[in-house]
Design a protein around this ligand. Structure first.
Ligand code: GDP
Ligand code: MG
Length: 163
């Protein structure tokens, strides 16, 4: 079976944009409005010559009303359990939110390997903003801008390193 990489994080941090970057096609629907139904959430990618399965935890926004935390967990639980690597994403522009912290704490207890990604870190201010993510206790954040393609090559190298 192919190694499984799961993209996780709260809504709107750019998970689907990262998914599309890795898969190389616009498979996941990217939208400004959280709550939009995502039609695709699994794809296959060849990253640095290595075939991997990528799961975008897109079901999150479709879940029935509950707490945000409950929906995040429900959406991610089964995917994270199967993950060889979890890409945990935060939004460097908005900074760390209580939802990020809550999710990071849960994720740490799952015992899966995690790569912390600070997305939306484009430009000069981006890298500095990304450093805030150190506080999550998930190691060094990798600053990228999925939308602008910055740091995506580094991300791919890091994924292959960790598998
Ligand atoms: P998801 O809910 O986590 O899947 O997030 P999406 O991939 O749907 O992206 C949410 C919003 O963030 C969209 O408007 C994207 O265009 C935007 N976005 C994604 N990546 C970046 C980035 O690197 N920089 C900026 N500025 N915006 C981004
Ligand atoms: Mg999405």
């Amino acid at each position: 079976a192919l190694p499984v990489v799961v993209i996780a994080g709260r809504p709107n941090v750019g998970k689907s944009t990262i998914f599309n970057r890795l898969v190389g096609r616009r498979q996941a629907l990217v939208a400004d409005t959280p709550g939009v139904t995502r039609d695709r959430k699994e794809g296959q990618a060849t990253v640095r010559g290595r075939a991997i399965r990528i799961i975008d935890t897109a079901g999150l926004e479709e879940a029935a009303p509950d707490t945000l935390y409950g929906r995040m967990r429900a959406s991610s639980e089964s995917a994270v359990a199967t993950a060889d690597l979890v890409l945990f994403c935060i939004d460097a522009r908005s900074g760390i939110t209580p939802a990020d912290e809550h999710f990071a704490n849960w994720l740490r207890r799952q015992g899966r390997p995690v790569l912390l990604i600070a997305n939306k870190a484009e430009g000069r201010q981006g890298a500095a903003a990304a450093m805030e993510a150190f506080s999550l206790g998930l190691g060094a954040p990798l600053a990228i801008s999925a939308e602008h393609g910055e740091g995506v090559a580094d991300l791919m190298a890091e994924i292959v390193d960790r598998l």
